[in-house]
Ligand binder design. Structure first.
Ligand code: CTP
Ligand code: MN
Ligand code: MN
Length: 514
């Protein structure tokens, strides 16, 4: 909203620009209004034009001389950089003059643009690197592109150790803070070399900055290295690495003196009580399974193994529901070369036909002897009865199956091609590995949301929901967006549409590695 007064002044100026002849075409002056005020600026603009100076209305790359009053060189530089956000790089040309107002008044008095002298130049803080473009990073991870490979692993890996340790201590706030810091560094276009490179970056808390500083100066952070080696961290890592074991059990066992999965067997943690109550029995056999397949389940699943599992899942699903659509989600969809499991989303264009699909898929897989473990949960999402997915519930309510596949392999460890018969199959008979697989069934109408919700990364998802709630006042789940003000759901048939609903630029799966 331009004040009336200013509009009156700008009108005649605009005509002025056309009526007056620019006498000095290779000099284009732009006056920064900041700290000067609109009326003084327009007075100087008019005066300049009356002398035949080319006075620019807007800042643009054709400006050669930027003039300001009572601003430091750094302030002017920041102002200019901010004008260029969006057009990225070219914010700054080294030939651009940043000048004090005295250059303009002296030039007007002289009747022509004077050569720039040292006394006219605004001083900017020395920058070691030649190009001074300040990196701007948006504060929500879902506003940024986070590629799989980035330039700051030497900083993000240590910060993520601290995040993991905070999770083991059940300090979620602290863990998220470290993860957000790491994520900002993943989005940088180059490696951080000094603390100055971090100025103006969001989400970097005091503690993270302290860790980064130590790594930059000494090559390592004492806190991180001692955490890495600490008995508690190592034990928690080993114990939570057992399939089905969470932080709470691991912490209890640690306090009881247990350190490794082998300790669980040795002390018969729950295990010898297996014959007692039914519930106990279930927990114990799960634990036995987790310990038995410990090495397999902690060895990364390769892309090839994921593709082999895809083939199996496709065969299973098509056998029970022809025409179903199967999508590889999770880390592999983001372009990762390996993962801790393989995630699949299943739907069918004919809404409703997907209902009850999972038990059929599971029994097909079981008949083929392909499952070592499975736990299926029914779809509990009923929009009409239940109302919107409540935001504090991150867990979605799709029909899903948490499973361990038995994947046949050749002796060399490569995956056996589907249908490879005869001698090969016999030789490879006892050669298989356990692989964690997540299967999720979504109704077609929610498939875009399910895909977005199951592609990750976890931090990217968390940030999407935070953005939706805090910046847009809507609640996002893996089922839908609910707008509580307008009391309506926002349907979407593609991920692009969901980003648009949220007022976000589309970020491709490969750039969601926040
Ligand atoms: N997810 C979810 N609800 C769960 C578990 C997972 O919505 N109960 C989502 C996560 O938010 C993530 C995706 O499913 O977006 C995949 O989760 P996960 O397999 O744990 O992580 P990946 O990113 O696939 O990492 P990895 O490669 O190690 O498997
Ligand atoms: Mn995964
Ligand atoms: Mn998963």
């Amino acid at each position: 909203m331009v004040p009336l007064k200013r509009r009156k002044i700008t009108k005649p100026q605009a005509t002025d620009q056309h009526s007056k002849i620019c006498k000095f075409n290779d000099v284009a002056v732009f006056i920064i209004e900041r700290k000067m005020g609109a009326s003084r600026k327009s007075f100087l603009m008019q005066l300049g034009r009356s002398k035949g100076f080319k006075m620019e209305e807007h800042y643009s790359p054709c400006v050669t001389h930027v003039v300001s009053e009572n601003n430091t060189g750094d302030e002017v530089q920041t102002w200019i950089t901010n004008q260029a956000v969006g057009n990225d790089d070219k914010s700054f040309s080294s030939s651009l003059h940043l000048l004090d107002i005295s250059w303009l008044t002296d030039s007007i008095a002289a009747g022509c643009p004077l050569p720039v002298q040292d006394k006219h130049k605004l001083k900017t803080s020395p920058k070691p690197s030649a190009d001074v473009s300040v990196i701007t990073v948006k504060s929500y991870a879902c506003q940024r592109r986070s590629p799989l490979k980035h330039h700051n692993i030497f900083l993000t890996e240590p910060l993520e150790i601290l995040a993991e340790n905070a999770e083991f201590m059940e300090n979620e706030g602290r863990s998220i803070a470290f993860r957000r810091s790491a994520s900002v560094l993943k989005a940088l276009p180059r490696a951080v070399r000094e603390m100055d490179d971090l100025k103006d970056l969001p989400c970097l808390g005091e503690h993270s900055l302290r860790v980064i500083k130590e790594i930059l100066e000494d090559g390592a952070s004492r806190e991180v290295e001692s955490t890495r080696l600490s008995e508690q961290f190592r034990a928690m890592k080993a114990l939570t690495g057992v399939f089905g074991v969470g932080v709470k059990s691991a912490d209890r066992w640690f306090r009881e003196g247990l350190r490794s999965p082998a300790d669980l067997l040795r002390t018969g943690q729950n295990l010898n009580r297996a014959q007692q109550a039914d519930q106990n029995n279930k927990e114990s056999s799960l634990l036995l399974l987790g310990v038995r397949y410990y090495d397999d389940l902690n060895r990364p699943v390769t892309k090839n193994e994921a593709l082999a599992i895809s083939d199996i899942v496709e065969r299973a699903v098509n056998a029970v529901l022809p025409g179903a659509i199967i999508t590889l989600a999770g880390g592999f969809r983001r372009g990762k070369e390996d993962g801790h499991d393989v995630d699949f989303l299943i739907t069918h264009p004919e809404e409703g036909t997907e209902e009850g699909l999972m038990p059929k898929v599971v029994s097909w897989l079981e008949d083929q002897g392909l499952l070592l473990y499975q736990k299926t949960t029914r779809n509990s999402y009923l929009e009409s009865k239940d109302g919107p997915a409540r935001p504090p519930h991150n867990m979605d309510r799709f029909e899903r199956c948490f499973s361990i596949f038995k994947l046949q392999q050749t002796r060399e460890g490569s995956v056996l091609p589907a249908g490879a018969g005869g001698v090969m199959e016999q030789r490879a008979e006892e050669c298989w590995r356990a692989v964690r697989v997540d299967l999720v069934v979504s109704p077609y109408s929610q498939f875009a949301y399910a895909t977005l919700g199951w592609t990750g990364s976890k931090l990217f998802e968390r940030e999407l929901r935070r953005w939706a709630g805090q910046e847009r006042g809507v609640s996002l789940s893996s089922h839908t967006i609910y707008d509580s003000k307008r009391q309506c759901y926002l349907p979407a048939s593609s991920e692009e549409e969901i980003f648009a609903h949220l007022g976000l630029e589309y970020i491709a799966p490969g750039e969601r590695n926040a």
